[in-house]
Design a protein around this ligand. Structure first.
Ligand code: FCB
Length: 446
């Protein structure tokens, strides 16, 4: 595939989905603890209290990453461990955990990719309005500074946020994620504040690092019209704008997309004059999460962007009901490069939930293996056309707590037998290990 030997291959995780130890060493609840415990909206009614018990098993998990031949690992830092109330007192034990993890990764030749916010807002801040309150943006910047002062350039790549679109839309419009609200205007205000916090967080990271690469992780999706009508083509254009351009244009061009702004009408967010300048910070690297394409038709009954999902009869779908569409990854990489010219892009998440079964100590998952292979191929095609791409990180290292689905969806390269917490590399993990070796990827050194 002609990838350079410095190319990074690995997997991603996030704190609430794997760590467990929810009440240990000074950690306080986040909006996800609250939502999972109280809402009755989690499919199996379960929480991240124990999850994969990674907080206690992190050493063996790093050994596992190493054994799988990865030279990169993306994890997230739990704000409620590091600054349990969200602002104010720093919890040394929380920082110590990530300090040890990072050192151990470096010892094993694995580049640490750290995300500062993967959806776990401390409840202390949520009680003061959370992401609807502009002050939370400044609390985030303070937290970013605390982390960067401690971990510094030992972290290879920092991302301020994971999927601000998902936090805002699924948490505040669709109500399926914490904090479970359903209000378009609030969702747009939250999205604005998440982007403002990204800008302030970038400044804080910049001031406290020298060589670490800084950026953000966005979920991206191409939208294709399900029929030839002009109305459906417009719906696909609008849906693309709502999903992708709403976030990328402020961050990389310094303005909101005017057509989408007009489409939202009175629901657009309040902002201050300098916000867009703050939001549009130079980044070193953009992480993208890609899972599926959107396939839509015009629907006058739906609010803006007037788009309704259409299930493509000839496609295959994962256990999440997500359409398997590898070429969408190539399409998005090429388009993002064309439109924004960010200096570097990496795949921060890509993977498939499947109905895996453990049989005689093995998990045969040929569909996931094909998913990984076809998406890596699509990535390499984009790279061959000149898109600067530096890493491929699969979602996820382990089966884990899949948010509103609880433990009913398995995305891992490794199967987790929850009663024993045993990790079993699936066939796809072994395939990926051999593929990485075939590409001569070298261990990471600083
Ligand atoms: C992404 C999230 C990640 C995981 C995958 C399946 O949206 O970033 O935590 O849930 O989806």
């Amino acid at each position: 595939m002609n990838l350079p030997s410095g190319f990074h291959f690995g997997a991603s995780t996030s704190a609430y989905q794997i760590e467990g130890a929810a009440q240990e060493d000074g950690r306080l609840p986040s909006i996800w603890d609250e939502f999972a415990h109280k809402s009755g909206r989690i499919k199996d009614g379960r929480t991240g209290d124990v999850a994969c018990d990674h907080y206690h098993r992190w050493r063996e998990d790093v050994d596992l990453i190493h054994a799988l031949g990865h030279n990169a690992y993306r994890f997230s830092i739990a704000w409620p461990r590091v600054i349990p109330q969200g602002r104010g007192a720093v919890n040394a034990k929380g920082l110590d955990f990530y300090d040890r993890l990072v050192d151990r990764l470096l010892e094993k030749g694995i580049a640490p990719y750290a995300t500062l916010y993967h959806w776990d807002l401390p409840m202390g801040l949520h009680r003061e309005g959370g992401w609807l309150n502009r002050d939370t943006c400044h609390a985030f910047a303070d937290y970013a500074a605390v982390v960067a002062q401690r971990l510094g350039d030992r972290v290879y790549s920092y991302a301020t946020f994971n999927e601000p679109r998902c936090s805002a839309t699924v948490g505040y419009l669709e109500g399926r994620h914490a904090p479970g609200e359903m209000d378009q205007a609030k969702a747009l205000q939250v999205a604005h504040h998440l982007m403002l916090a990204h800008g302030l967080g970038m400044q804080a990271l910049r001031a406290n690092t020298r060589t670490a690469r800084l950026g953000v992780v966005l979920d991206v999706k191409p939208y294709h019209p399900a029929d030839d009508s002009a109305a459906s083509q417009q719906a696909a254009h609008n849906a693309y704008g709502v999903f992708n351009r709403w976030f990328m244009e402020p961050m990389f061009l310094g303005h909101y997309p005017q057509d989408i702004w007009d489409g939202y009408g009175a629901m657009v967010p309040a902002m201050q004059e300098s916000d867009l300048v703050t939001i549009c910070q130079p980044i070193d690297s953009l992480g993208i999460n890609y899972y599926a394409r959107g396939h839509v038709e015009h629907s006058a009954a739906k609010p803006f962007p007037h788009a309704a999902d259409v299930r493509c009869a000839t496609s295959s779908f994962t256990d999440m009901g997500w359409e398997i569409w590898p070429d969408g990854l190539r399409e998005m990489l090429v388009r993002i490069h064309r439109d924004y010219r960010v200096p570097d892009i990496y795949i921060a998440e890509n993977g498939a939930a499947m109905d895996d079964v453990l049989e005689n100590g093995r998990v045969h998952d040929p569909v996931r293996r094909d998913y990984l292979q076809s998406h890596i191929t699509a990535m390499a095609q984009a790279r061959a056309t000149g898109v600067p791409i530096s890493a491929y990180l699969a979602w996820s290292l382990l089966d884990n707590y899949e948010w509103g689905h609880g433990y009913t969806r398995r995305f891992g390269l490794c199967y987790v037998d929850y009663p024993t917490q045993q990790r079993i590399p699936k066939d796809s993990a072994l395939w990926l290990r051999d593929f990485i070796a075939s590409q001569n990827a070298r261990p990471y050194t600083r």
